[in-house]
Design a protein around this ligand. Structure first.
Ligand SMILES: [Mg+2]
Length: 217
């Protein structure tokens, strides 16, 4: 073996070790990650981030000349209502039956900054439509929860029926926004916590709230 071959082997070994170490560095311990997320939600950081986003949204809407039938789309979970207390109680896990049981209790609480935005829209006579990835098995509980938390005036609350359960969240929500647009609703803004709340357009001004708990495609 000549020097050149030895050099190449040493170089490849160093690169391999570096790559391995980098991969290891990227993995975060789950217990530690939960603590970081918990701190974000339970300190003032989450509230502060939401306030900044809503302040900008209100400025934007105030600057608009409103069209006929102006409408804002609201997502529900982690946008209008917070499920944090339940998700923390089950140690940041997810299992559909337990989730459904929670939804049926109608105990989620309003996210204060979203509620502030909602109240502002009502003063401008802007329509509110809720589009949620929730299934129709929790429709009545969802209505009760929204009303109990002060979301008392809205055009409609749209959830998935049995035929829509296999659609991705983004497909389902886009279909509903298209239908609303065809019916004459002018969507001027859309507020959600997942990028799948906005994919495909028909959204107007996008208001993306933070969610460090889960991701939905
Ligand atoms: Mg959501």
């Amino acid at each position: 073996m000549n020097y050149k071959s030895v050099f190449i082997i040493v170089l490849l070994t160093v690169l391999f070790i570096r790559c391995s170490n980098n991969n290891t560095d990227e993995i975060v311990n789950l217990g530690a990650a939960k603590k970081v997320v918990q701190n974000y939600y339970e300190s003032s950081k989450y509230e502060r981030d939401c306030k900044e986003i809503i302040d900008k949204a209100i400025d934007h809407i105030n600057g608009l000349t409103l069209p006929e039938k102006p409408t804002v789309i609201f997502d529900i979970d982690e946008t209008s209502l917070a499920n944090y207390q339940h998700i923390k109680k089950i140690d940041f896990g997810y299992y559909y039956d337990i989730w459904l049981e929670w939804l049926k209790q109608s105990d989620a609480v309003a996210i204060p900054q979203t509620k502030r935005f909602y109240d502002f829209l009502l003063t401008k006579n802007i329509n509110v439509v809720f589009i949620s990835g929730r299934n129709d098995d929790s429709y009545q509980a969802t209505l009760k929860n929204l009303v109990d938390q002060g979301y008392t005036k809205f055009d409609t609350v749209i959830v998935r029926n049995k035929n829509e359960r296999n659609l991705s969240a983004s497909e389902f929500k886009l279909d509903k926004r298209k239908e609303l647009t065809q019916k004459g609703f002018n969507i001027i803004a859309n507020i959600g916590d997942q990028m799948s709340d906005f994919y495909g357009g028909y959204s107007g001004y996008v208001i993306k709230l933070p969610n460090y708990i889960y991701l939905i495609d």
